[in-house]
Design a protein around this ligand. Structure first.
Ligand code: ADE
Ligand code: ZN
Length: 331
């Protein structure tokens, strides 16, 4: 099973680049940029990575991201993630980034997106990993701030394919961002949104109806709503599920309680992703492995998850078919 997990061509569709900042790089950048950390060693920092909910994680994640300052820092962050993808058989990525974390502390938007985009372009050239970038808005901030961020991003329009919505879910429903998402769609951007991670199913309905998303990030709460489940199945609406994130943030008490395989068997287009791999105990292969270990996952289910990851991507039909043909013959 492990060898097959690594060998299958896979896409990763839900990963926050700032969440791939490993403690080693975090310390290195802190030293270089002369930033004083609240932790005296990498070991001490790792020990702080224990969370009871999403907000506890976000508080540490936003602090960690402050060590990222220059265009080269964003390049190095993205490049390290792509090297890991190469190790694990990932052939296509659609990572997101949170520009407001950086611009709100005075970092130039261009440095952020140019560093990331340059690494993604190098990844395509030298690692044969294709990519589309997603610009995410922080939902705990105002819609006005999201609108300003979208305006700031327009000169870099060719560097991103979609907009997303992340950060503290409870109390910040998708409807708060109706106008900025409509504007993004008018500009030809695709849309995705975190919904039903910690928040109620109502937020998933809103993401579909009001934000007109092409995918739901997480969405695991949908399982409790039969009408919503039927809609996800009928529309083949992808869910980008993140198993290790869900157990680390206590969305599920244990991996054996995770509903992803039940959703898969019902015909929902679920995919496996790492969310914030540096904080949650591993990259995409670790997420597949965690499922294979805790649940009776069959090879057929594993291959379907890999096929779903390609089908749910923003790749064109021909590229999708090429990857899927390889999945079918692998193993
Ligand atoms: N930002 C980074 N990781 C996140 C998550 N799991 N949910 C919401 N916002 C996030
Ligand atoms: Zn996420």
């Amino acid at each position: 099973m492990k060898a097959l997990i690594y060998a299958l061509p896979k896409a990763e569709l839900h990963i926050h680049l700032e969440g791939s900042l490993e403690p080693e790089l975090l310390f290195k950048l802190a030293e270089k940029n002369q930033i004083k950390l609240a932790y005296s060693s990498i070991g001490e920092l790792r020990k702080a990575y224990r969370f009871d909910n999403l907000q506890q994680f976000l508080d540490i994640y936003y602090l960690g991201a402050e060590v990222l300052q220059t265009e080269q820092d964003f390049y190095d962050l993205t490049w390290a993630y792509l090297l890991q993808c190469k190790e694990e058989g990932v052939v296509h990525v659609e990572p997101c980034f949170d520009p407001q974390i950086h611009t709100d502390r005075g970092i130039d938007f261009g440095s952020v997106i140019n560093g990331i985009s340059r690494a993604l372009a190098d990844g395509e050239k030298t690692l044969a990993i294709s990519s589309f970038l997603i610009l995410a808005f922080l939902r705990h901030l105002s819609e006005e701030s999201a609108l300003q961020t979208l305006a700031q991003a327009l000169p870099y329009r060719e560097h991103f394919k979609a907009v997303g919505l992340d950060s503290s879910e409870l109390g910040h429903p998708p409807e708060k961002f109706k106008t900025v998402f409509a504007k993004a769609r008018q500009l030809g951007l695709l849309t995705v949104a975190h919904a039903g991670e910690e928040g109620p199913v109502e937020y998933i309905w809103q993401a579909l109806d009001l934000l007109k998303v092409a995918r739901i990030d997480h969405g695991v709460k949908a399982f409790a709503d039969q009408a919503l489940m039927q809609r996800l199945i009928d529309e083949q609406m992808p869910l980008t599920v993140c198993p290790l994130s869900n157990t680390k943030l206590k969305v599920f008490a244990s991996m054996s309680e995770h509903n992803i395989l039940q959703m898969l068997d019902r015909g929902v287009k679920v995919t496996v992703n790492s969310d914030d791999p540096a904080y949650f105990g591993g990259y995409i292969a670790a997420n597949y492995m965690a499922l294979a270990t805790a649940l009776p996952m069959t090879i057929k289910q594993l291959k379907q998850l890999a096929i779903n990851s390609i089908e749910a991507s923003f790749l064109d039909a021909e590229s999708k078919q090429q990857h899927i043909d390889k999945i079918i013959i692998t193993g």
